[in-house]
Design a protein around this ligand. Structure first.
Ligand code: C5P
Length: 240
């Protein structure tokens, strides 16, 4: 990027960051915010999962937005349609970029969740979040349900799906307009932990992944900033 002027470099960096979601899997608000601030240079999206949401409450969404992140609430809603509609309405009112539902909840549940989320965002004056269907957890090596859940997400009106890097090509072939949010990302040599379907940042983006969820491969690294920079460099190279 040496030949680009300053503002172009910033714009390019913002584009790369929009492909990178930092998972803040911490049980403490201060620790999560400290980490979010420290790694702000490399990530455009912050992912709030069950652990942080339970520890910090809904105000964490606004706090992350205030420091410049878009927020993915990894709520993985799964309940009867009426309950999911109501919960999605409340959650989308906090100002989210992404919210997700388990596709295993079925079409009526997904449609209700989408309806509630769009209503909640509009009532609160926020942009509509991208609504994602979780297909098969990346910790599960059995992907036999994948195609059916993918098609269900599409027919119900989801904007995208959560899937591993190994299924992105299938998503893009069957439903090219769906956004792919991809967990199970590991730098080469990093522990896979409980994940069964993993890929490097470079390979995931080359496979066509839209947004990578980055968690333990950075937080558990000896030097999290160096690991984050490595992730960012791989994504930059893969998008080139
Ligand atoms: O540390 P690691 O990169 O494995 O973390 C993956 C993150 O993505 C976790 O926060 C997990 O809850 C989330 N996730 C996932 N598989 C899905 C959806 C979300 O691992 N299908």
């Amino acid at each position: 990027m040496a030949d680009l002027n300053g503002s172009t470099v910033v714009a390019a960096s913002e584009t790369i960051k929009s492909h990178l979601a930092l998972g803040l899997d911490f049980d403490n608000r201060e620790v999560a915010l400290d980490r979010a601030l420290a790694l702000r240079e490399w990530f455009g999206v912050a992912k709030v999962g069950h652990e942080l949401y339970a520890a910090a409450g809904p105000s964490i969404v606004a706090e992350l937005r205030d420091i410049g992140y878009e927020v993915f609430l990894d709520a993985k809603l799964h309940d009867i349609p009426n309950t999911v509609r109501s919960a999605a309405r409340v959650l989308a009112g906090y100002g989210l970029a992404y919210l997700n539902f388990h596709t295993s909840g079925g079409r009526a549940m997904l449609e209700a969740g989408i309806e509630g989320a769009l209503d909640g965002a509009q009532r609160a004056g926020h942009r509509a979040p991208k609504l994602l269907g979780v297909t098969v957890l990346t910790s599960d090596s059995n992907v036999s349900a994948f195609d059916e859940r993918l098609d269900l997400a599409a027919v119900a009106g989801c904007d995208g799906v959560v899937c591993s890097a190994l299924e992105v090509a299938t998503v893009k072939a069957r439903h090219p307009k769906l956004v792919t949010m991809v967990p199970g990302i590991r730098l080469a040599g990093s522990d896979t932990n409980d994940q069964a379907r993993v890929a490097t940042p470079y390979d995931a983006i080359r496979n066509g992944a839209d947004v990578l969820v980055i968690v333990r491969t950075v937080h558990h690294a000896a030097d999290p900033c160096a690991a984050a920079e490595q992730v960012f460099r791989e994504v930059t190279a893969a998008l080139d």
